[in-house]
Design a protein around this ligand. Structure first.
Ligand SMILES: Nc1ncnc2c1ncn2[C@@H]1O[C@H](COP(=O)(O)OP(=O)(O)OP(=O)(O)O)[C@@H](O)[C@H]1O
Ligand SMILES: [Mg+2]
Length: 154
């Protein structure tokens, strides 16, 4: 199932992330892609808010992983600076993906063969100054249900 949603400013992208965050279940995975500056971290901040994370949510560009506590743990990855798939193991990403927190991975498409877990895939495309197109894609049941709930709530 695929859903395309357009936002016209940053706050709308964050709000959409927040709505998704509210719908997520423990163990959920979001694979997030889009060019530099597309709005991935803005969306991730919204997801964190939707998970009741109170701490500031900033880009994990240099840390690669920022872990937060909300109603469940929130693991926010940014793989932009990662070069080799083996480095994923050192990051401990597998424990996060298999755990009961929510994992969100910016630049997951750098390692397509690694991310075989069921997930909600979000791709953000710039459409002019502050317009963004977000493509949300789900195949497995629980994520399809999230997308359905998202549409119903809009
Ligand atoms: N509709 C919009 N949605 C999200 N961000 C927007 C929108 N319009 C403008 N922006 C701006 O685009 C930028 C998005 O930055 P952000 O750090 O979220 O991008 P990113 O995709 O995470 O980049 P990176 O690949 O460097 O991690 C911000 O400066 C934000 O203000
Ligand atoms: Mg980012």
């Amino acid at each position: 199932m695929e859903q395309i949603i357009e936002t016209v400013h940053e706050g709308e992208t964050e709000a959409l992330g927040q709505t998704v965050g509210r719908l997520l279940f423990p163990g959920a995975i979001i694979l997030l892609d889009g060019d530099l500056g597309a709005g991935k971290t803005v969306f991730a901040r919204g997801v964190g808010r939707g998970l009741d994370v109170l701490a500031p949510i900033t880009s994990p560009t240099f840390t690669l992983l920022n872990a937060h506590q909300g109603r469940v743990p929130f693991y926010h990855f940014d793989l932009y600076r990662l070069e080799h798939e083996e480095e994923l193991f050192e990051l401990g990403i597998e424990e996060c993906l298999d755990g009961d927190g929510v994992s969100l991975v910016e630049w997951a498409s750098k390692f397509p063969s690694y991310f075989t877990w069921p997930a909600l895939t979000v791709t953000i495309r710039s459409r002019g100054d502050t317009t963004r197109q977000l493509e949300l894609y789900a195949e497995s049941k629980h994520y399809v249900q999230i997308l359905q709930a998202l549409i119903m709530g809009r």
